[in-house]
Design a protein around this ligand. Structure first.
Ligand code: FEO
Ligand code: CA
Ligand code: CA
Ligand code: CA
Length: 627
């Protein structure tokens, strides 16, 4: 049997967590343990998960993945399976207001407030009726090479303002007609949120000394959001946008000593990536040393009220937030899983104090302001890549989060969440990107995109991050004890280790897990999400050189996985230079929206400028996507 075929077990893991623990403890795994020679150590490696074996569907069930897989591509276009079509829905610079000018590199900040923002990333489809909806979309970043005709070489105050208008969030009304879902340029709810939109800091850290600035002595009123990576949504109709690499927007004119606690978040003296500090003092860390503490949060937006003030929810901690995967626990508490995308950072969970009220939406408005934040610790028996886990509470006064260790309040714990996680002994992860909760509410998946430092710089491997110099990435999953997301215990294993079985032989961890083969290989999983039927959609943001370690992988892509069998099939390939990121479905799952971010050649180009684009994917027969 070749290394990529599956074992066929008939156990079904749509079971109670107690069964799950038994599966783990009985060691059902037919594990292939390899000894990989490293300097003075041996690394046990297994190629597929015990959960995957245990979850095999009953025989004769219709396959969950009903489409024909497509090959890799290096073309400058989108490719989808036979019987599917992909069309652009909206791209950077397209009108979201009747008075918007057409896209050009000379659009003013005011022009851009009437246009769709740059670098679309995470997004959520919020239905209003059968033929009316709102699409809320993050605009993660901008690129001076495409934003300005001089590539940003002669930066001015006006250009900084234009750059600040290109990022944030776009809220766009959609209408369903003969062409399916299309943008309603006249939509009353259409709105741009930018790096200078008025917002409020709420929750336990709001008003703290470390959040006060010259412009805001209250420590509660913030301007703007930027580097909005991925997202989440609440059942009470709001959108969650996550602030990721905010540090790149800060810098200083003078060379200064940056406090150690800010260095942990990547704050640096001198020129940052965007140099906003040269023309906007609040981004100069010498003049406004606290402004950077007001970014790196999860922001809740009410897309149904275009005049509402977005709220930065400090109870969910401050780090480089990737997305916010929200679920309602069976006891009614709101649970939000959160990844911090940086090498060696952590996975978090927030549990609300209050309970979700299905019948009185107004009661849910501030549920994300009060609750408990936890960080994950993964453990396993020697040499195993599955085991138990623990959520460690990040509450001032507990678990060493005390003045002796440098924490003086809960605000301190939340503003410097990374340091708190280190203090309590959280597991260092290989760049946690998106988290997704299975619709059965039993399992949670998280992409660990890659980590070139693992095994170097003192960052040892661990059972949950088992490969040194993890160039391909993996997807971990866990199941809360007794199906209770508020429990501080869980069981975990690895759903897939990405790899290249063409480049590496079966006995090398870089060949990937058993569910990776020459026809579905990929690297750097990033965006993930489930559809109603429990298909796991996987998007990549990785190396698209199609050579060396990455030969045979082609452009960035989107795949679909069966959580029960472990099967993974390629569904979509993107154009040159892009990452595929952002996914959301219409409620009937017959339209899928997918983001193409930062294409580099000619995709969606105007005047030779390639543009990030939200694509709409449908089936020619109108059927359910993926079925
Ligand atoms: Fe914006 Fe971690 O991706
Ligand atoms: Ca991105
Ligand atoms: Ca990402
Ligand atoms: Ca990424």
């Amino acid at each position: 049997m070749s290394h990529f075929e599956h074992d066929d077990h008939s156990n079904n893991l749509t079971t109670e967590a107690s069964d799950f623990s038994q599966i783990i403890e009985n060691g059902l795994s037919r594990r292939r343990f390899l000894q990989t020679a490293t300097a003075g150590s041996s690394v046990a490696f297994f190629a597929a998960s015990p959960i995957a074996n245990a979850m095999a569907r009953p025989p004769k069930a219709k396959p969950l993945l009903g489409f024909d897989a497509i090959p890799t591509s290096t073309l400058d276009t989108i490719v989808v399976p036979t019987g599917y079509q992909a069309e652009p829905l909206i791209a950077w610079g397209d009108a979201i207001h009747p008075a918007a000018p057409s896209f050009s590199q000379f659009n003013s900040a005011a022009d851009q407030e009437k246009q769709f923002g740059d670098n679309n990333d995470g997004m959520t489809f919020l239905p209003l009726s059968r033929d009316r909806a709102v699409l809320a979309v993050n605009n993660e970043s901008t690129d001076y090479d495409t934003l300005f005709d001089d590539h940003g070489q002669n930066l001015t105050a006006d250009k900084v303002r234009r750059s600040q208008a290109a990022v944030g969030v776009s809220i766009v009304e959609l209408r369903k007609g003969p062409q399916g879902w299309v943008v309603n340029v006249d939509g009353r709810l259409n709105r741009r949120i930018t790096a200078y939109t008025q917002m409020e800091l709420t929750g336990p850290a709001a008003g703290d000394e470390q959040l006060k600035t010259n412009a805001d002595p209250t420590g509660t009123q913030v301007l703007g959001t930027f580097n909005n990576c991925a997202n989440g949504a609440t059942p009470w109709g709001t959108y969650l946008t996550c602030e990721e690499n905010f540090n790149g927007f800060f810098g200083s004119e003078k060379n200064i000593d940056v406090p150690e606690k800010d260095k942990r978040y990547g704050i640096r003296s001198g020129n940052g990536g965007f140099n906003w500090h040269q023309f906007d003092e609040r981004f100069d860390i010498e003049k406004e040393p606290n402004e950077n503490h007001r970014h790196g949060w999860v922001v809740e937006i009410d897309p149904m009220n275009p005049h509402s003030k977005p709220k930065k929810r400090t109870a969910l901690g401050r780090f480089k937030h990737e997305n916010a995967a929200l679920t309602i626990n069976k006891n009614g508490r709101v649970v939000v899983y959160l990844g911090d995308d940086e090498r060696g950072e952590h996975i978090y969970k927030f549990v609300s104090k209050g309970k979700y009220n299905e019948h009185k939406p107004e009661k849910n408005r501030d549920l994300l302001d009060e609750g408990t934040l936890y960080v994950a610790k993964f453990t396993a028996q020697d040499g195993e890549m599955h085991g138990k886990g623990e959520w460690i509470e990040l509450t001032f006064g507990k678990n060493g989060l005390t003045p002796e260790n440098g924490f003086t309040s809960q605000a301190d714990v939340l503003i410097f969440t990374r340091q708190a996680a280190t203090q309590v002994g959280a597991t260092t992860m290989d760049r946690p990107e998106w988290v997704a909760v299975h619709p059965d509410n039993e399992q949670v998946f998280c992409t660990l995109t890659n980590n070139s430092k693992r095994g170097n710089d003192g960052m040892e491997t661990n059972p949950a991050n088992p490969r040194e110099n993890n160039i391909y990435g993996h997807i971990i999953r866990w199941q809360p004890k007794n199906g209770n997301h508020a429990s501080d215990k869980f069981f975990w294993d690895i759903y897939v280790l990405a790899g290249n079985p063409e480049q590496y032989s079966n006995d090398n961890p870089r060949s990937g897990s058993d569910n990776i083969n020459k026809d579905n290989m990929f690297n750097s999983p990033d965006g993930i999400g489930f559809d109603n039927a429990g298909r796991l959609w996987i998007q990549t943001d990785g190396n698209y050189s199609n050579s060396g370690d990455f030969s045979g992988m082609g452009n960035n892509q989107m795949l679909c996985g069966d959580p029960n069998t472990g099967e993974i099939k390629r569904f979509l390939t993107g154009p040159i230079g892009c990452e595929i990121t952002g996914l959301t479905f219409s409620p009937d799952n017959r339209t899928l929206f997918v983001g193409v971010q930062h294409p580099s050649d000619s995709f969606s180009a105007i005047d030779g400028i390639p543009r990030s684009t939200v694509m709409k994917i449908t089936r020619q027969d109108g059927g359910v996507i993926g079925a």
